[in-house]
Design a protein around this ligand. Sequence first.
Ligand SMILES: [Zn+2]
Ligand SMILES: [Zn+2]
Ligand SMILES: [Zn+2]
Length: 375
Amino acid sequence: MGAQMGGRAIVHRTSQIARATPHGIILHERRIAPFAMLEPVGPDGSHSSYGYIMILLNNAIASIQVGVEDYIAHDERRALSALRNLHAGILLLAKEQLRRLSPEGSDEALIKQHIRLKRSANGALIPIGVGKKTVDVAAIKTRFADLRIPFDWAPLDRIQAIRNAIEHYHFRGTAAELRAALADAQELVHRLLVDVLREEPVARLGQKCWDVLLDQNAIIDKESRACAASLAPVEWLTQRALEAAEEGLRCPRCRSHLIKHQGAPVTDPAELDLVCGACGVEFGGQASLVATLNDDYYVDTHYSVSDNDPVITCPDCHAQTYVRDDAECAWCAFAMPAEARCSVCDAPLEPDEYDPTAERPLCSYHGYTAANDDD
Ligand SMILES: [Zn+2]
Ligand SMILES: [Zn+2]
Ligand SMILES: [Zn+2]
């Protein structure tokens, strides 16, 4: 395929990738994947759209492959590089889908950060991509939502969280953390390639690369079953807490699901002594419920949309676990008593107005006037 020149260029640029990894790779400079199909210039020297199409997908694949190579090098200096490459590869897969869905003649509008509208000859509005800047993570998520592509971004957020911890705190990342990130990457790659892009992972990534990702996931699977078993005897006080725990509690630091109770089994949630299998932080049952209920993904999927915060501080246990939709605190089962009314206007109090220890309960309006009268 292609001229010999093309082959040489590929080898050359591939070695550039390897040199760049310890400091991370600037994606736009890595245009070439280690296989022959992606030369954007056709055999006759013309720029074919076919070449362009292959570049995005093949860059995604190459980035994931390099990430997996970084990982299996078992060199902790390459941990950050592994995460960056996997993260970048996953974003490129998502962009590939946006590119495929971009209207014809729109200059790949959906992968561009900026879009303008043009009116076509027949009066229809067509989005036109502007400039070279492509969509960032937030814009990718918005476009997926706008296009009604159902997608759980939590695994990507977890990879990002571990990556940030390594980047900003000069923390090298534990083996368990990296493995959890690889398992998350496998889940994302699988969903993007198979469910969204309708591609075959083994054919695209190669058997070895895919096996490494699957292996990590199998280990994580086993770990998460152990986590679930350690939490099974717990008697949660509310249905909300039970459901959140069954779906998987989250780590307050890294958002991992690998939350395990340490020591003898307990039934009282207050006695939970939890540890995160990914980042090693230890915390109690209440902290994990706070992290879980306030997780973006949980909020999006489980609460009705309203202007009010769906989860607020509980007037009784003071944790951020009072769920407005349930009119109940998921942690301590506190519900607003019927007599919780303003002593001036008799309006029923909101949980954030209610103080069980107050002698004269007041609504926020009368609480405000009373405070001003005191001055
Ligand atoms: Zn953690
Ligand atoms: Zn409470
Ligand atoms: Zn009042």
